[in-house]
Write a protein that binds this ligand. Structure first.
Ligand SMILES: [Mg+2]
Length: 358
């Protein structure tokens, strides 16, 4: 007999929008306003859970309109089902909802509603390894001078892990990385090509950086997502750890990457594989001996704190790239916030994600 209090009484999907301080540009395009979808799940017993869908057209082609209509059609189907069976619901959503970000937001809201009902903070649900994570902050594709100003602000905020977007033209990209580096003096340095380079161009960037005495801790997605030989070549010839982001959207992808030597680290994102899918990818990466990274699209504190729970609770994430709430000039959420030094502290979350609309 299902516990009637955990039956889903209603699901609502609406636009979640917020202004950004400045445009966020990556190899595939740019975004100047948060244009996501907010999901609310109400249970019969009165618990309410929240989820966020973050489509990012420049990353994988998904739009807010697609995410909203997918979420609304799935909402009708979810009503009356039992949130306590969220694992089965997640599997069913994966089969029924083609839009990955819509799926992730729905799954997040169902899990949050159930966890609030059960009074379990999500970091405990994900394994309880820890309750804090520290993030890197990203400098997007901007002229070198602006990169330096952003990097100074990152340093002032007390964050010493720096990520710089690259993937356009190696010379300009190297300028941006060098200028951000000398201003931020990071302890950890990541660059992200967002699939924008050929293997030769990626290796050229590494040479240009090495001439300036700059060594990377991680080169994220240097080449096209299906070019696993190219990924392996950059790692081997560049003597650099490579992370798969666009190339890794499922546990099967993770195992394939490990087998081919195409990546040493996997970047998980709820908006690619959903909550359970990302958790399964983390287990696959750990058992295949790959390092763990977690990131996101352009997301508010709601979706990013859900990811912080997964990283903290599962443990062992060396790279935590959950900084996009800092891009918003008006934060639409309340609850957990990124603290000075780039820390998500989840220790005061009593149940669920611990974030809701302001
Ligand atoms: Mg990436």
């Amino acid at each position: 007999m299902p516990a009637p209090q955990t039956l889903i009484a209603g699901v609502r999907a609406e636009k979640l929008e917020a202004p950004m301080r400045s445009a966020f540009e990556i190899a595939g395009g740019s975004l100047d306003r948060l244009q996501n979808v907010l999901i609310q799940v109400r249970l019969k017993g009165g618990s309410v859970g929240w989820g966020e869908c973050a489509p990012f057209q420049a990353y994988n082609g998904e739009t807010q309109a697609q995410a909203l209509s997918s979420a609304r059609s799935a909402a009708r189907w979810l009503a009356g089902l039992d949130a306590a069976r969220h694992e089965r619901l997640a599997e069913a959503l994966a089969e029924r909802v083609p839009c990955a970000s819509a799926r992730a937001g729905l799954e997040m809201a169902v899990l949050d509603a159930w966890a609030r009902f059960a009074r379990v903070p999500l970091w405990v649900y994900f394994g309880g390894a820890g309750r804090r994570v520290g993030i890197d902050i990203t400098v997007p594709i901007v002229p070198a001078r602006d990169a330096a100003a952003m990097a100074r602000a990152i340093r002032r905020f007390g964050v010493r892990a720096l990520k710089v977007k690259v993937g356009r033209r190696a010379e300009e990209d190297a300028e941006r990385v060098a200028s951000a580096c000398s201003a931020a003096r990071p302890r950890t340095l990541i660059v992200d090509g967002n699939a924008g380079y050929s293997p030769a161009e990626a290796l050229r960037l590494l040479r240009l950086l090495s001439r300036r005495g700059i060594r990377l801790d991680l080169f994220e997605q240097p080449v096209a997502k299906d070019d696993l030989d190219g990924m392996a070549e950059v790692a081997r010839k560049g003597r650099c750890a490579v992370a798969a982001d666009e190339s890794a959207a499922s546990p099967a992808d993770v195992l394939r990457l490990a087998r081919r030597g195409a990546a040493q680290v996997v970047n998980l994102k709820l908006m690619k594989a959903g909550v359970r899918g990302s958790w399964a990818m983390a287990r696959a990466a750990r058992s295949a001996g790959l390092g763990l990274m977690i990131g996101g699209n352009v997301e508010s504190h709601l979706a990013m704190t859900c990811s912080a729970h997964l990283a903290a609770g599962f443990g062992g994430f060396r790279f935590v790239d959950l900084d996009t709430p800092l891009l918003l000039s008006k934060d639409p959420m309340r609850g957990v916030r990124i603290q000075r030094g780039g820390i998500y502290d989840l220790s005061r979350v009593r149940s669920g994600i611990g974030v809701e609309p302001a």
